[in-house]
Ligand binder design. Sequence first.
Ligand code: HSE
Length: 313
Amino acid sequence: MLNSRAEAFAPATVANLGVGFDILGLAIAGSGDTIIAEWADEPGVHIAGIEGDGGKLPLDPKRNVASIAAAALLKQLEVAQGVKLYLKKGLPLSSGLGSSAASAVAAVVAVNALLGEPLTRPELLPACLEGEAAVSGYHADNVAPCLFGGITLTNGITADRIRSLPVPRGLYLAFITPHIEVPTSTARAVLPVHVPLKAMVQQTGAVAELIDALYRGDIPTMARAMESDNVIEPARQHLMPYMADMRAIAKQQGAYGLVISGAGPTLCAVCDDEAVARRVAQALREGYAARGMGSYSRYGGVLAEGSRAVVFS
Ligand code: HSE
């Protein structure tokens, strides 16, 4: 059954979890993007309005990840009728919180809801990836947790290669986003093309240790394994202001570890208590302020469910 209007929320996500470059990610409770979808008189997908982006995102539907993803869904379903989207950005751009994935997923979930939910969650993945790919290439480590929720392993870009991993009880994360933008393309351009065999062995060992820690609900070991990234973090660290200082501050306040969230510059501290995460987030903000930098802090648990829609018939 077609609906007249649908609104979808899609959460912020942390890609990589330190060592799991392009394969691990999790959904964060609290922050995200919202998209309202309605039918349009003209065919195609139209961006009817964007708020919360400071005027930075393109209204051109061929360049906006939300409309690109929605158009991919309409094409997949062979829907000729046009759709218009209103985008409410809740996430900062180029910040390492999966902003583009959230817009793409919210658009696809909203349009699927507008159409009366013809597709299942896994069937929505290809259209979401089309949107995300427009800005950061075909990798599903943000899109998968955004769409499905929880902590995900994405060993490929098809739904059958995505696995839901256990979320340790009591896991809370603190985030600090300094007021600078680091485009994903910039953060990927600094990465090594070749990795020495020794580094590969250490990295795969750390990923295995991290996954084992998730299954055992062992947050200290989880954090240590996340921090054991000896390939991506060393190459990107110079793009993250005062990262070593922020790691020290987070640990002084009770966090077990701190890693780059996605491609940065947001940093993510791993905690086992909500009050500790709140304290860590505040200390990190004060840490940047003391170094003359503005920042935005947040904290929260892992969001078990992914993007959700409400419809108006
Ligand atoms: N895995 C990606 C990266 C996430 O770190 O570049 C950002 O899109």
